[in-house]
Design a protein around this ligand. Structure first.
Ligand code: KIV
Ligand code: ZN
Length: 385
């Protein structure tokens, strides 16, 4: 079974999203939690971009010992030098160099020809390699690049010494089949690609970031870049918890898993949410408040009889202590009776019938029925067990 590396960019790409900035102490807290989670690589920031980013890369590099720590750099000496200096105390430093390869970016943003782009990749990657052994090259906007040219860019970066090549879907544009085809094309057309890690970095503009990352893993990508709770530019990046649990839950099909300590997922998600002050939607996969809650009677009955009927993974596996039976108008008598027993009430059949009917009436009046409402209904009627 292959191990897929998890490259977390919550502190770099994630922090670029509006309203998600963090101060130094908060970044250190997140980085320590990412270390507990056992991510393979923490992208701590973009050292050259500001004195604050430089300081956070430097402090995280000093503090974190069990993960590789990366700093982003444009393909220029000044950026690479800043990353190198900020990472000087890292146990395992990685310089992450990027340059765009799509016609749009080369013509309008970089104002460079294809030849100039290849020359810049060669120079910047070999310079970074002269400083550290672990260099990643990202072909920005890879998914909208000409595949034959992208293959040349990938080969140039490999020859210059890059150990990881990342092919981002920078603007979240492509569909899973296209990501699959891009990875397959590189595997079939670039010599040396099997000796390095092929990574993907998907944005969520069309809600495809996780699906695109998984399609890439299916085609042979060995590193996935993602953020906690999927925070990031515009609609965000691929969500770490979804990627990790999708790979873990379907590991037999994918013949792959990650090294993540999944029991730390819930805690990591809540910590980030508290720090940046952005709440998690209740229906968010894996970490939303309703991700392991069952309200409908049919589901509750099924889960009480055998959890796998409606749970494809256990709440314990993501760090929760239990699933949640929510009482509401779709709940059945079985779950209602169970709930009462948990509260310590043992009703006769007749008492249960009356209480259940009153409970259903109450459900039509209230959005959420709490255990206090249920206690109020039955307290007069029954003695505690
Ligand atoms: O989305 C992107 O292309 C990036 C690169 C800098 C890796 O964030
Ligand atoms: Zn990005």
């Amino acid at each position: 079974m292959k191990t897929i590396k998890i490259f977390d960019t919550t502190l770099r790409d994630g922090e670029q999203s509006p309203g998600c900035s963090m101060n130094l102490a908060e970044k250190i807290e997140v980085a320590k939690q990412l270390e507990l989670l056992k991510v393979d690589i923490i992208e701590a920031g973009f050292a050259v971009s500001s004195p604050g980013d430089f300081e956070s890369v430097q402090t995280i590099a000093k503090t974190i010992k069990d993960c590789t720590v990366a700093s982003l750099s444009r393909a220029v000496k000044k950026d690479i030098d800043a990353s190198y200096e900020a990472l000087s105390q890292a146990a395992a430093p990685r310089i992450h160099v990027f340059l765009a390869t799509s016609p749009l970016h080369m013509q309008y943003k970089l104002k460079m020809t294809e030849e100039q782009v290849l020359e810049h990749i060669k120079e910047s990657v070999s310079y970074a390699r002269s400083l550290v052994p672990d260099v990643e090259f990202s072909a920005e906007d890879a998914s909208r690049s000409d595949m034959a040219f992208l293959a040349k860019a990938v080969k140039t970066a490999i020859d210059a010494g890059a150990k990881t090549i990342n092919l981002p879907d920078t603007v979240g544009y492509v569909l899973p089949q296209e990501m699959y085809d891009m990875i397959t094309y590189m595997k079939q057309n670039v010599e040396g690609v099997d000796e390095i890690d092929l990574a993907v970095h998907c944005h969520n503009d069309l809600g495809m970031a996780v699906a695109n990352s998984l399609a890439s893993v299916g085609a042979g990508a060995t590193q996935v870049e993602c953020t906690v709770n999927g925070i990031g530019e515009r609609a965000g990046n691929a969500s770490l918890e979804e990627i990790v649990m999708a790979i873990h839950t379907r590991r037999a099909l994918l013949n792959a898993d990650t090294g993540i300590n999944t029991k730390q997922l819930y805690r990591t998600s809540r910590l980030l949410s508290k720090i940046i002050g952005v709440s998690i939607p209740p229906n968010k996969a894996i970490v939303g408040a309703n991700a392991f809650a069952h309200e409908s009677g049919i589901h509750q009955h099924g889960v009480l009889a055998k959890r796998e009927t409606y749970e494809i993974m256990t709440p314990e596996s993501v760090g929760l202590t239990t699933n949640k039976m929510v009482l509401g108008k779709h709940s059945g008598r079985h779950a209602f009776d169970d709930f009462l027993k948990e509260l310590g009430y043992n009703l006769t059949q007749e008492e249960l019938d009356t209480a259940f009917a009153q409970f259903k009436e109450l459900c039509d009046k209230k959005k959420e029925v709490t255990e206090y409402d249920v206690e109020a209904l039955v307290a007069q009627k029954a003695a505690k067990v």
